[in-house]
Write a protein that binds this ligand. Structure first.
Ligand code: SD4
Length: 291
């Protein structure tokens, strides 16, 4: 049996997993750990696909998607949220303090402000400059692995063996205004079932939504697959579709089961998972389909 607690996250986010680990070591629960871990990346201005400093949509607006899910199967999510750094914490408030699961756009912002979150401009000079350069040609195509090192999905198991997960992103750079990805969609970007395990996704959200990826991974684990096998099967559903243009986009999954086994798999090379377990914080390169 794997040693607990443990935390895994998408991409190379050792500072975020270190924060989550600190919470878990102090006896904190998995829900607090994933929220606080994700907050590290949201506040990091250098990460250009999450929170402050996230790349804007094609009209210059930074719009955030985030969700969180706990051991009871409760969940909260915000979509198309502007002007608030810690979207994951707003999602948690939606889960805990409203009768709803999702709040969108202005309504989500209004709720956040009422809850005491601070209104902030999320477009940094660096991201504004990148957007202005993009506007010269205004060419949109997904860029494989652009989110490396910052967009974040995180799963944790605490000392009690309880699982929680969270996911937060500014979504695809230069997306259409109003576009929402997989990250705040429960079952697509994230799913947690405390009896079985959990999964979180990254990459081109449209492809994850079309296959309800994270729910699929958890259900495959329920049927007896290891986290690794389940992630591979979910990727194969995407790449084996008739006429799939998977060469043009990336999708990656990470998963953990109730026993603390983990897995990760992606379409293309250079996806990675950061894992903190037994006092070791390490980045693990993910195996991938397109060899
Ligand atoms: C999206 N899945 O909005 C997100 C982007 C992402 O790592 O994961 N980046 O489609």
């Amino acid at each position: 049996k794997a040693s607990l607690p443990l935390v895994i996250a998408t991409w190379h986010v050792k500072e975020a997993t270190a924060k989550a680990w600190e919470v878990l070591q102090a006896g904190g629960n998995a829900l607090d750990a994933v929220e606080q871990g994700c907050m590290v990346e949201e506040a990091n201005e250098k990460g250009q696909s999450v929170g402050k400093g996230g790349l804007p949509d094609r009209d210059g607006h930074v719009t955030l998607d985030a969700c969180i899910m706990d051991k009871h199967g409760n969940c909260g999510s915000v979509v198309f949220l502007e002007n608030i750094v810690h979207a994951v914490s707003v999602a948690r408030k939606v889960m805990e303090d409203t009768p709803h699961v999702m709040l969108a756009g202005k309504g989500a912002e209004q709720f956040a402000l009422e809850q005491g979150f601070k209104k902030e401009n999320l477009l940094t000079e660096a991201s504004k400059k990148a957007w202005e350069e993009w506007k010269v040609n205004s060419e949109y195509k997904p860029i494989i692995n652009i989110e490396n090192h910052d967009t974040i999905g995180m799963l944790a198991i605490d000392k009690n063996g309880d699982i929680s997960g969270a996911c937060t992103t500014s979504g695809l750079a230069y997306k259409m205004h109003g576009r929402v990805g997989d990250s705040p969609i429960i079952g697509s970007g994230l799913f947690v079932d405390n009896e079985i395990g959990a999964c979180v996704a990254t990459g081109l959200g449209e492809e994850v939504v079309k296959t309800v990826g994270s729910f699929l991974v958890v259900e495959l684990m329920r049927q007896g697959k290891t986290p690794q096998e389940a992630c591979e099967e979910a990727i194969s559903r995407i790449v084996n579709k008739p006429n799939s243009n998977y060469k043009d986009f990336q999708v990656g999954y990470i998963a953990v089961n109730k026993q603390g086994e983990t897995g990760s798999y992606s379409i293309h090379q250079w996806f990675s998972m950061t894992k903190y377990q037994d006092g070791v914080n390490e980045q693990i390169q993910s195996d991938f389909f397109n060899k």
